[in-house]
Write a protein that binds this ligand. Sequence first.
Ligand SMILES: Nc1ncnc2c1ncn2[C@@H]1O[C@H](COP(=O)(O)OP(=O)(O)OP(=O)(O)O)[C@@H](O)[C@H]1O
Length: 248
Amino acid sequence: MNSSIELTDVTLDYNLYSVRAQSLRNTVLNMAVGGRLIQEGKDVTYVRALSNVSLKLQEGDRLAVIGHNGSGKTSLLKILAGIYSPTSGKVDVRGRISSMISISVGLDIEASGLENIRNLAMMQMMSDREIKKRLPSIVEFSGLGAFVHMPLKTYSAGMAARLTFSVATQMDAEILIMDEWISAGDADFQKRAADRLNSMVDSAKIVVLATHDYQLAAKVCNKVMTMESGVPTFLGTTEEWLERSSAA
Ligand SMILES: Nc1ncnc2c1ncn2[C@@H]1O[C@H](COP(=O)(O)OP(=O)(O)OP(=O)(O)O)[C@@H](O)[C@H]1O
C-alpha cells in the first residue's frame, strides 16, 4: 500500500471552558503569536489552533512546517499522528507512523528504564515480538548500560532524553512526524542521534518536520508550509519558498 496524507479543511479548536475576556480588555485578542482566540459574549471560550487546513502529501514528500510560536505546528502534527481528532474536516493518513512529539508523555518515573522502554514501545504500536527483538539494540543505542535497571527518577534529564530518543527512532517508519530536530543527550550522543535521524528521514516515505530552522528546512525538505495563527500562508516547493523569502 502506498503511503499518503490528505487533510481536507481541517479545523482544530481547544475548548477553554470560558476565560473571562475582561482580563484581556487591554490586550489585542488576535495577535501574530498564537492561534485565534474566539470570543462568545464576554468570555473567550476557545482557541482556534488550526483553521481550514488542506494538505496533500505523497511518497517522496518531505514537508517543513514553519511558523511563529503558537501558529499551530504542533497541533497539526498531533492531528497527523492521530493524537487529536479535528473539530471539523477530514484526515486521511495511510502508512505506519512514527511520531516524535508526544513520546515522553508516557514516562513513568517509578518504573525502571527497561520497563519504560517497553511501555513507550507499546505506545508506538510495536508488537510484543518486535519489542523483544529490538530491545537489545534500543538499550545499546541509549548507552545507559546498567542504569536501564534503575528507576527513571534516578536519571538526569539527558539520560531520560537518550531513552525516549532511542525508542522513538527504533521503528521503521513509513511516515515520520517530528516536532523540531531532536537533539538529545551530550555531544557524543547528539552525533549518533543526528546520524540516526538522517537515516530515518532517508528511509521514510513521507516526512513532516515542524521547525524554526530555515536552513534545516531547506536541507531536509522538498516542500514547505508556513503558518500564521492556524492558517496556512504558503504551501509549495522549497525552491518557490526560498525564491519568495529572498524576494521579500
Ligand atoms: N491544550 C491546549 N489548550 C488550549 N490551547 C492550546 C493547547 N495547546 C495549544 N494551544 C493553543 O493553540 C495554538 C497553537 O499551538 P501549537 O502548540 O500548535 O503551536 P506551535 O506552532 O507548535 O508553537 P511553538 O513553536 O511554540 O511550539 C496556540 O495559540 C496555543 O496557545
